[in-house]
Design a protein around this ligand. Sequence first.
Ligand code: FES
Length: 140
Amino acid sequence: MADNLDRIAQHLQEAILEGYSQKFRDEFLSPKNIGELEHADSHIRITCPCGDTIEMWLVIEDGKLSDIRFLTDGCGATITCASYVTGAAKGKTIEEALRIRPEDVDDYFEGLPDEHKHCAKLAVMTLTAAIEKYQAQVSE
Ligand code: FES
């Protein structure tokens, strides 16, 4: 019985991940930076026209993103893209983090399927908006 369930789960996972690169599969199977930050310097929630939402929290110290977390109700590609984007931004300066582009995410994953390229856009857009919100707060 347990063997059958394992095999079914394996088949489902293979079906879901069909067409994705090994790098995507690795990130999908162990996403990073999931959760909330209690004392964040910036917190934002962005909803894509497709209906998926990413919520992101940033802690910024000495001009660097010292911590970053996210939650999403989105699809596997949204989770995976947000995991990559938050990992790429963590420890970077604000200027470096603002240079991350959806194309970088697509390149890293060796090409997302066309119907999920916008998941990379949502992840980058959320990061950018969270940084810009922080910048607006400190310039007031
Ligand atoms: Fe729309 Fe992933 S399906 S953000």
